[in-house]
Design a protein around this ligand. Structure first.
Ligand SMILES: Nc1nc2c(ncn2[C@@H]2O[C@H](COP(=O)(O)OP(=O)(O)OP(=O)(O)O)[C@@H](O)[C@H]2O)c(=O)[nH]1
Ligand SMILES: [Mg+2]
Length: 313
């Protein structure tokens, strides 16, 4: 059986191997990915982002249970860009989702920043396509929403869920700045804690300030630690995601939205490839330290050097 066939038949080992090889940017892996592309496009991708510790992994874990209950096959990408020593956090994500580890219809893949410099969203994009080709019809991407990189990662998603918690206070302002802009569904998790009302009101107020289609955002309260049990809010969250899907990804306007999404992804791929080339070119000339010295000594100006370096690409 060829590698392509194995992946289309959802062979776990073949899928995991391809993802590893893609990490290493192996040309044969890239070739396989390209050949898989015609077999993709069936998965619905949900991004889950929010503050560190908001309960994203717990929400993901409960959503996995929900979708499995409906017979869907679920792929998960956990992105942990915050820490270069990411073993801990990724381990935490894994432990939180461990009850699904033995389910062959759940595939969990973790991505760390290491080896993905500037290319985190590209790696997420690649992995999502492999999962899609493997027949995982529901893909969940978890990422901490702290920087631009993570916002870029969310461009791979059809629906973006932003997870907040009660009592963040000023942090709500931080959410407002970046994350609220990308939210299609807002979650107030840890609703078993005090202050969920207030948080919901604050969020609603912020949403009121938004314009156009970005206004149409549902707020859902969850207690993710209760799994799919009645009152956990997970079913309501899944419903809100489906509503967004219907509103945006079916009927009129869906194609324009798809074109906009791919346009953003293409731009990101081009940026990532150029960054790769630049990194290689700089490594070949033994880094920039020597040239930097000439700038320190005012023998050369930094703009000309940057231009020259780009010319060599
Ligand atoms: N009380 C309460 N605790 C929760 C709830 N959901 C998650 N937690 C707890 O919050 C802590 C963090 O949960 P995670 O799911 O790891 O949060 P996260 O956002 O994935 O964290 P990072 O990936 O490290 O940013 C854990 O101790 C969870 O058990 C909830 O609904 N209520
Ligand atoms: Mg997590």
């Amino acid at each position: 059986m060829s590698n392509i066939d194995a992946i289309l038949k959802s062979d776990i080992r073949a899928g995991a191997r391809l993802m590893r090889d893609l990490d290493d940017r192996r040309p044969d892996a890239m070739q396989t990915l390209k050949q898989l592309f015609p077999h993709t496009g069936k998965a619905y991708i949900v991004g889950i982002t929010g503050n560190p510790g908001a309960g994203k992994s717990t929400v993901v874990d409960s959503l996995i249970a929900h979708y499995r209950g409906k017979g869907e096959r679920v792929g998960v990408v956990c992105v942990d860009p915050t820490s270069p020593f990411s073993g801990g956090a990724i381990l935490g994500d894994r432990i939180r989702m461990q009850r699904h580890a033995l389910d062959p219809d759940v595939f969990i893949r973790s991505l760390a920043t290491r080896g993905h410099l500037g290319g985190l969203s590209r790696s997420t994009f690649d992995v999502a396509h492999v999962l899609d080709a493997m027949g995982y019809t529901r893909i969940l991407i978890e990422t901490v929403g702290v920087g631009q990189d993570e916002v870029e990662v969310m461009k791979a998603a059809h629906t973006t869920v932003v997870v907040t918690v009660p009592g963040l206070g000023d942090d709500i302002q931080a959410i407002k700045a970046g994350l609220l802009e990308v939210a299609d569904v807002l979650v107030v998790n840890k609703a078993d804690r005090e202050g969920a009302d207030r948080t919901e009101r604050d969020l609603m107020h912020m949403l009121d300030l938004r314009t156009g289609d970005r206004k149409d955002v549902e707020i859902v309260r969850t207690i993710a630690t209760r799994g799919t049990a009645e009152g956990s809010g997970i079913k309501e969250l899944a419903d809100a995601i489906e509503k967004h899907r219907e509103r945006v990804w079916t009927g009129e306007g869906a194609n324009a939205r798809a074109v906009a999404r791919i346009t953003a992804q293409l731009a990101e791929l081009v940026r990532a490839q150029l960054a790769d080339r630049a990194a290689k070119a700089m490594a070949q000339r033994g880094g920039l330290a020597e040239i930097a010295q000439s700038v320190v000594d005012r023998r050369q100006d930094p703009w000309s050097i940057a231009e020259e370096l780009v010319e060599t690409l």
